[in-house]
Ligand binder design. Structure first.
Ligand SMILES: [Zn+2]
Length: 332
């Protein structure tokens, strides 16, 4: 903390933003985007020499927090060379258009399948309102700002980016979404995983360590592809995975094997419920039962109410995503 007395409101705002920013070492900072609740949605900032890159940015409402984090680190806005979005779901990429408008030197780096949706967000918005309804979508995600196509870099599998003297490598990782890549940071031997390596909210950890669970959000969940993508990430032998929900985990092998098992259970649940008249209800209840079971096996100290408060949204989205997968599967 600085020795200055707290006075100006601007200082208080900046201090609050810095409290929500953690230094993970190797020039990597986790910034809480403020979406949904604390420790739900992270943006990561990679700083190398005079350059910086954001990896995932939250929603339009998150942008002031990201700018405050830059200010807090003494980085000018022109230092940000890249805004990287792991995929175009709005809790990862919704704020990219607004952020780019305020960062004069930055380019957007996005999966080739996601680029057109960042340039013209109409379809993206329609997809979100289909899941949440117009009113909730507007309240939670704000307005989507289109990105100038001249500022877009598409990153196919194997694409590399130099950030100062640091190399970032992009891996196509379908399974959660077909417009998803993960980013390997050679310098820290860590992987920015977006949603591919699941969700690990810190509150769900127990004495046995971090708890992870897959996210099967609509509309492009593919269990086999997701397991193959996880295997590919693990092959890099990372020292850490940096998840958007929420930030740094280690114990990679244990978490990866938990995810493989859980994805198998969710796919089996989906296949068993498919064709039944009460499929939606079976899936919602089945996903909830499994998530609670995994947490209890992990020795969670949380009560049922506490668990529901943390994961009921993901249970609902995972159930909906299983439905979307089964419907797509049937259409072939
Ligand atoms: Zn996602």
């Amino acid at each position: 903390m600085s020795g200055r007395t707290l006075g100006a409101r601007a200082d208080l705002g900046q201090n609050a933003a810095m409290l929500a920013t953690s230094d993970l070492g190797h020039g990597i900072h986790a910034i809480d985007t403020g979406f949904v609740r604390p420790h739900f949605d992270a943006s990561h900032l990679v700083v190398e020499g005079a350059e910086a890159a954001f990896v995932d940015v939250g929603t339009t409402a998150s942008v002031p927090r990201l700018l405050a984090a830059l200010d807090g680190l003494g980085l000018p806005r022109a230092a940000v060379a890249y805004v990287i979005v792991t995929h175009v779901h709005l809790d990862h990429a919704g704020g990219a258009g607004e952020l780019l408008r305020l960062l004069p030197q930055a380019r957007l780096v996005v999966h080739p399948r996601g680029a057109r949706h960042m340039i013209d967000p109409t379809k993206l918005w329609a997809g979100v309102t289909a899941v949440y309804g117009e009113e909730k979508a507007r309240r939670d995600y704000g307005t989507l700002v289109p990105v100038d196509p001249a500022r877009v870099t598409e990153a196919p599998d194997g694409f590399t980016l130099e950030l100062g003297s640091r190399r970032l490598i992009f891996l196509d990782t379908p399974g959660h979404a077909r417009h998803h890549f993960c980013v390997w940071d050679e310098a820290s031997r860590s992987m920015f995983t977006g949603d591919t390596f699941g969700l690990a909210y810190p509150e769900l950890a127990s004495a046995r360590g971090a708890f992870v669970m897959p996210t099967t959000t609509p509309v492009q969940f593919e269990p086999e592809a997701l397991v193959a993508s996880i295997d590919r990430l693990v092959d890099y032998a990372p020292q850490a995975m940096l998840l958007t929900h929420y930030s740094r985990v280690t114990e990679i092998e244990r978490l990866a094997s938990d995810l493989r098992r859980q994805i198998g259970e969710l796919a089996a649940l989906g296949r068993a419920a498919d064709g039944k008249p009460d499929r939606a209800l079976r899936l919602r209840e089945g996903v909830r039962e499994r998530v609670f079971g995994w947490l209890h096996d992990h020795g969670t100290p949380l009560t049922t109410d506490e668990i529901d408060a943390l994961v009921s949204l993901d249970i609902e989205l995972n159930a909906q995503g299983l439905e979307a997968w089964l419907d797509r599967d049937r259409r072939g």
